[in-house]
Design a protein around this ligand. Structure first.
Ligand code: KMH
Ligand code: ZN
Length: 283
């Protein structure tokens, strides 16, 4: 794809929780249903149009339990108009078979990581048969995947996926570069631009996030290159040097402010739905 085809508005995704941070270390991390609903409401008000959800159980531990997932999707959907995306990446400890069952909760969108990557001291496993199966199941269930690219090889695997199975439900192809994971592509402008240059022509939009200290540089690089943004405590818990994030809406508001300054203001949820081609499951 060419960056000039990017929309004039900015899709802001919030990834509020993730699977890696412990509630005990970060009590403001939204882990309960009430906290997720509050997060969705406040982040939509601040400019987010898509929420990438990892769910926690009653002990605040990552879970792929069908009941928890479905309850979260329904509650967030009732709260507002955010596009609801469930993580199929889960935590590095989740078995592949269980990660496929995430689709049973009928989110609007699901993440789909395009390859295995080292993930700190762990391995985030995404072998080809799993990616393929997840993709086909998402097509069948009319759930729009967001392709997560942690490395340049993942861009190549995305092209293989599209060549093998055709377009996703809705016909749009949105990818998200996750940069700065120890073991993946670094959170540098050069690495991000190398990934963008490799995107297959079927890609219709891309966003990027930088883990930890890569957060701000990648936000600036993505915006200036016509990309969209992902922010949130899953990726970064430091607002500025010496100041920990107290609520995800701080990160969304700052992203919206920068996007507005660059004359690519935060996109409405309706525009985001059209950009991504999601099925309307509201009401
Ligand atoms: N928690 C990471 C191991 C995704 O949500 O799809 C995987 C991850 C990607 O966060
Ligand atoms: Zn995630």
């Amino acid at each position: 794809m060419t960056t000039s085809s990017a929309a004039t508005g900015t899709l802001i995704t919030v990834a509020p929780t993730g699977a890696e941070h412990a509630k005990a270390d970060l009590p403001q991390l939204p882990t309960t249903l009430e906290e997720l609903v509050d997060t969705a409401r406040r982040c939509e008000a601040a400019g987010a149009s898509l929420i990438h959800l990892h769910i926690r159980d009653g002990e605040h531990a990552p879970t792929l339990d069908a009941g928890y997932l479905r309850a979260a999707v329904e509650a967030v959907r009732e709260t507002g108009d955010l596009v609801v995306q469930l993580s199929t990446g889960g935590s590095v400890h989740d078995p592949l078979e269980q990660r496929l069952t995430v689709l049973d909760a009928e989110p609007d969108s699901c993440s789909l990581t395009c390859g295995t990557t080292n993930f700190g001291d762990d391995v985030f496993l995404n072998p080809w048969p799993f990616m393929s199966e997840l993709y086909v199941q998402a097509q069948d269930r009319e759930i729009v995947p967001e392709f997560e690219l942690f490395d340049l090889g993942h861009v190549h695997a995305l092209a293989r996926l599209l060549d093998t199975h055709g377009l996703p439900f809705g016909g749009r192809v949105h990818v998200d570069f996750v940069t700065g994971v120890p073991g993946g592509m670094p959170a540098t402008t050069a690495a991000l631009m190398a990934g963008v240059a490799m995107l297959p022509p079927a890609v219709t939009s891309w966003s990027a996030t930088g883990i930890g200290r890569g957060h701000l540089p990648i936000m600036a690089a993505a915006l200036s290159a016509g990309g969209h943004l992902r922010v949130g405590m899953e990726d970064n818990v430091v607002f500025r040097r010496g100041q920990v994030v107290e609520h995800n809406d701080e990160l969304v508001a700052r992203a919206a402010e920068l996007a507005a300054l660059l004359q690519r203001p935060a996109m409405s949820t309706e525009d985001a739905r059209a950009l991504l081609g999601v099925k309307d499951r509201r009401g």
